[in-house]
Design a protein around this ligand. Structure first.
Ligand SMILES: Nc1nc2c(c(=O)[nH]1)N=C([C@H](O)[C@@H](O)CO)CN2
Length: 118
């Protein structure tokens, strides 16, 4: 299956379980991989036939910034469901990294794969 990628999407969000995390935003970095048949868009050159990564990215940022969450797992699941339901992709891989969570680590992250069947 063809893919469409959004890599390194930075979103400032209220995210975390600790009190101090409710007072200030932190960056999250998202990597998104969507299954999509790109042949129709390649042939027609119409954005309507493509998985619009610009519209998708904006929808993801809006979702994440809509309200605070405790865990990055919740963000990953909600982002996956948004992409499946609103953008009708057959399958999506979502990785959510929280670079400032553990100072000694480059980043912490969770990753999941969801499809229309799940
Ligand atoms: N699996 C997870 N573990 C932890 C999370 C998380 O979102 N998923 N979050 C925290 C805290 O919010 C931490 O990031 C503060 O530095 C701890 N563990």
């Amino acid at each position: 299956m063809d893919k469409v990628y959004v890599t390194g999407l930075k979103v400032d969000a209220f995210i975390g379980v600790y009190d101090w995390e409710h007072e200030q935003t932190q960056p999250l970095i998202l990597d998104l991989e969507m299954d999509w048949d790109n042949r129709k868009a390649a042939e027609s050159a119409q954005l309507n036939d493509a998985l619009d990564y610009d519209a998708l990215s904006k929808a993801v940022v809006q979702l994440i910034q809509a309200r605070p969450r405790a865990l990055i797992e919740t963000i990953a699941e909600e982002v996956a469901q948004l992409i499946l339901q609103e953008f009708k992709t057959p399958r999506v891989r979502v990785k959510v990294a929280k670079p400032q969570a553990v100072p000694a680590a480059q980043y912490t992250a969770v990753e999941l794969v969801r499809s229309q069947a799940q």
